[in-house]
Design a protein around this ligand. Structure first.
Ligand SMILES: C[S@@+](CC[C@H](N)C(=O)[O-])C[C@H]1O[C@@H](n2cnc3c(N)ncnc32)[C@H](O)[C@@H]1O
Length: 279
C-alpha cells in the first residue's frame, strides 16, 4: 500500500513539474523563472523552432512591411523578441526602411538576437526589460508586435494594455494568443478565442481581425483608434522612459542611458543590449 502511494505521489510530481516547466514555461512561478528557463533554452531555441524563412516572410515580414508602407521610416517595437525572429523577418523586406526595437526579459535570448541581427546592425536596438513595464513614452511606435509571448507573462492583460499604450493612433498591433490543445492548461495566461476578442474590443483598437496562425496560435491584427499623428523613427533617448521613476527623456552619456530624475543609469553592454532589468 505504501509503495503504491509513493508511486502515485511520484507520478503526480512528474506531471506537475512537466506542466509548470515544459508547458507553462515557468509562468506560474513568476517572471524570474520564465527568464531563467529562456536563458537556459536560448542556445538551442532556433534549432528547436526550425523557423522556415519563406513562411516568416510570407506571414510576418511582408504583411507588416505592407501595412507600414505609407510611413517612410517606421519605428517598430517587438515585445518578447526572443532571438529576434520578427526583426529579422521585417528587416529582410526591401520595402521596410525603418528600425526595430526588440525587448525581452531573457538576457541570453537577447544575446542570440544581437548575434543573429548583426547583418542589420544600426537598425535594431535590443533592450533587457520586463514587458509589464515598457520603458517608452505613450504613442511612441508605428507598430507593436508580440508573438508567442503573452501566455508566458504573469499579467497578459496588463502587457496587452502596455502594448496599446506605446502604440500611436493609426499604428498597427500584431499580437498572438495561444490556442490549441495546451491552451486550457494555461488558465489566466491563454485566452479562449471569444474572451481574447472581447479583451481586444475593450481596448482603444479598431479594425480588429483575429485569424488562425500556426498550429497553436491565433494572430490578431488591429489598428490603434484615434486621429493618426506623427509617425516615423525618433531618437531613442527622446522616447525612452525610466522604468524606475517614469521620467523622460533618458539621454545617453558615457555608455549608458541616464535618468536625470532618479539618477538611475542603464548601460549598453558590449553586444549592444541596453540593460534595464535589475537596475
Ligand atoms: C516563445 S518565445 C517567443 C520569442 C519570439 N517572439 C518568437 O516568436 O520567436 C517567448 C519569449 O517571451 C519572453 N518573455 C516572457 N515573459 C516576458 C516578459 N514578462 N517580458 C519580456 N519578455 C518576456 C521570453 O524570454 C521569450 O524570449
Amino acid at each position: 500500500m505504501g509503495w503504491i502511494l509513493l508511486l502515485v505521489s511520484l507520478a503526480l510530481l512528474v506531471v506537475l513539474v512537466y506542466w509548470q516547466l515544459i508547458i507553462a514555461e515557468g509562468t506560474y512561478l513568476g517572471s524570474r523563472a520564465v527568464a531563467l528557463l529562456y536563458d537556459w533554452a536560448a542556445p538551442t531555441y532556433e534549432r528547436i523552432k526550425q523557423f522556415d524563412p519563406a513562411y516568416e516572410q510570407w506571414f510576418l515580414g511582408l504583411p507588416l512591411a505592407q501595412a507600414l508602407e505609407p510611413i517612410p521610416a517606421p519605428l517598430v517595437l517587438d515585445v518578447g523578441t526572443g532571438t529576434g525572429r520578427l526583426p529579422r523577418a521585417l528587416l529582410f523586406q526591401p520595402r521596410f526602411r525603418g528600425r526595430v526595437v526588440g525587448l525581452d526579459i531573457s538576457r541570453r535570448m537577447l544575446a542570440q538576437a544581437a548575434r543573429l541581427t548583426r547583418p542589420h546592425a544600426g537598425r535594431v536596438t535590443l533592450i533587457w526589460q520586463d514587458a509589464r513595464t515598457l520603458p517608452f513614452l505613450d504613442a511612441a511606435f508605428d507598430a507593436v508586435t508580440c508573438l508567442e509571448v503573452l501566455e508566458f507573462t504573469t499579467d497578459p492583460t496588463g502587457v496587452l494594455r502596455e502594448l496599446v499604450r506605446v502604440l500611436r493612433p493609426g499604428g498597427v498591433l500584431l499580437v498572438s494568443n495561444r490556442v490549441g490543445p495546451d491552451a486550457p492548461l494555461l488558465p489566466g495566461r491563454a485566452f479562449p478565442r471569444l474572451v481574447f476578442e472581447t479583451l481586444l474590443a475593450s481596448l482603444p483598437l479598431e479594425e480588429v481581425q483575429v485569424r488562425s496562425w500556426q498550429v497553436d496560435y491565433d494572430l490578431a491584427w488591429a489598428v490603434k483608434a484615434g486621429v493618426p499623428q506623427g509617425g516615423g523613427v525618433r531618437p531613442l533617448p527622446e522616447i525612452l522612459r525610466c522604468p524606475a521613476c517614469g521620467h523622460n527623456p533618458l539621454p545617453m552619456r558615457a555608455g549608458a542611458y541616464r535618468c536625470a530624475e532618479c539618477g538611475q543609469a542603464y548601460p549598453v553592454a558590449e553586444d549592444g543590449v541596453i540593460e534595464m532589468i535589475g537596475r
